[in-house]
Design a protein around this ligand. Structure first.
Ligand code: NDP
Ligand code: MG
Length: 384
């Protein structure tokens, strides 16, 4: 039995991870569950999976949960929540946003296998996360595009001989075909209505602006050690080809499946083996259309901004990620409009001072500073 820590267990990635455990109970045991504050769902999960430790970020919620579970289950918060990952062999980091950074750090310091959905931690601290990997841990990408590349490269993060470039696919999001003038009036509901994937609100909004694709370009750079010039993005609205690896001799290897995150999550659990249970298998007996088109960089300027931050390196991706998290939150609480998400991030980037954080603590401080600047930008735009 392999023991699992499911961090962000109440979210989209967390629930799908637990679904895989449910389908193969003889192989995995859940020793740790953690979430921010959704104790109703946590309680159901505790009753079903009997973990040893449950982490709750919100202290009041932790207190409440403590009063509702058996005394044999440790309910922890703060640093103990992060340390809880060491009670498992495999950690799935499905926490939303930069808050996942300490979990990524702790899992790798402990030399564990980390199934990384929480792309923000890698983007904000790429070089440091890679350095932590030298402590014996293992990083398996859960993001579908990066899992596709990982699979196309033989379940490896090392680019193979004759490698030419990565081609990351993008669904294009809900506004792919919306005229520029209509983007001014899109609503929160419109932005959350992703055409092919069902995900948490933050990443859904990121998919609508294409910041998600920009973050994924940076994620690919760190995961596979590929230069930005050798990473392309192509729009593929059907979301069946999850990404591709192109070779110098003209060959392209792609990974195809229905949009179902349980497949990439299962790789993080079983790799180098594969699950016996199919998730997202395609029906080749039916007609299938695969289309590809260029990204409209005028309506979706976020992608170019992310390339720029990625190429700057150092603390720039952290700064951009923090600004984006602040902007998305402001959009989701109706303080700013959809177009202003990009504006907040672009304006916040203008005050980025070149530098390279030397420790995770410094990354956390950089993230904090960027949030202060981005919050001011939100206030300026909200009152304009
Ligand atoms: P959700 O919003 O659905 O879930 C987020 C989870 O994180 C919830 O369990 C939430 O708890 C928990 N959480 C938030 N803050 C903290 C914290 N400080 N400490 C502990 N737990 C916390 O997000 P998703 O599952 O959609 O996304 C999670 C990550 O995976 C993101 O980084 C996203 O980019 C990435 N990802 C997601 C994909 C998807 O299909 N959903 C695809 C590819 C990547 P609570 O419920 O209590 O608020
Ligand atoms: Mg993705």
């Amino acid at each position: 039995m392999k023991s699992l820590a499911v961090m962000g267990s109440t979210g989209s990635i967390g629930c799908q991870t637990l679904d895989l455990v449910r389908q193969d109970p003889g192989t995995f045991t859940v020793t740790v569950l953690a979430a921010h504050s959704n104790i109703e769902r946590l309680l159901e999960q505790v009753q079903e999976f009997h973990p040893l430790v449950v982490g709750v970020y919100d202290e009041l919620a932790a207190k409440e949960l403590r009063s509702q579970v058996d005394a044999s289950v440790a309910v922890v918060t703060g640093e103990e929540l992060v340390d809880a990952v060491t009670a498992a062999e495999i950690v799935i980091n499905g926490v939303m946003g930069f808050a996942g950074i300490r979990i990524t750090e702790r899992a790798l310091r402990a030399g564990l296998r980390l199934g990384l959905a929480n792309k923000e931690s890698l983007i904000a601290a790429g070089d440091l996360v890679l350095a932590l990997l030298s402590m014996g841990g293992e990083l398996i990408p859960v993001d579908s595009e990066h899992s596709a590349i990982f699979q196309a490269m033989g379940q490896s993060r090392q680019v193979p001989a004759g490698f030419a470039r990565l081609v990351i696919t993008a669904s294009g999001g809900p506004f792919r075909q919306l005229p520029a003038q209509s983007l001014r009036t899109v609503t929160i509901e419109d932005a959350l209505a992703h055409p092919t994937w069902s995900m948490g609100p933050k990443i859904s909004v990121d998919s609508s602006t294409l910041f998600n694709k920009g973050l994924e370009v940076i994620e690919a750079h760190y995961l596979f050690g590929v230069a930005y010039d050798a990473i392309s993005v192509v729009v593929h609205p059907e979301s069946l080809v999850h990404s591709m690896v192109e070779f110098t001799d003209g060959s392209t290897l792609a990974q195809l499946s229905m949009p179902d995150m349980r497949l990439p999550i299962s790789l993080a659990l079983y790799s180098p083996l594969r699950s016996d249970l199919a998730h997202g298998a395609l029906d080749w007996s039916r007609p299938m259309t695969l289309t590809f088109e260029e990204v409209d960089r005028i309506r979706f300027p976020a992608l170019a901004l992310a390339y720029e931050a990625g190429r700057l390196g150092g603390g720039a991706p952290c700064w951009m990620n923090a600004a984006n998290e602040v902007a998305v939150e402001a959009f989701l609480n109706s303080s700013i409009g959809w177009l202003q998400i990009y504006e907040v991030v672009a304006r916040t980037m203008e005050s980025y001072e070149v530098g390279s954080p030397m420790s995770i603590d410094e990354v956390v401080e950089l993230d904090r500073q960027a949030r202060v600047v981005a919050t001011e930008m939100v206030q300026v735009l909200a009152s304009a």
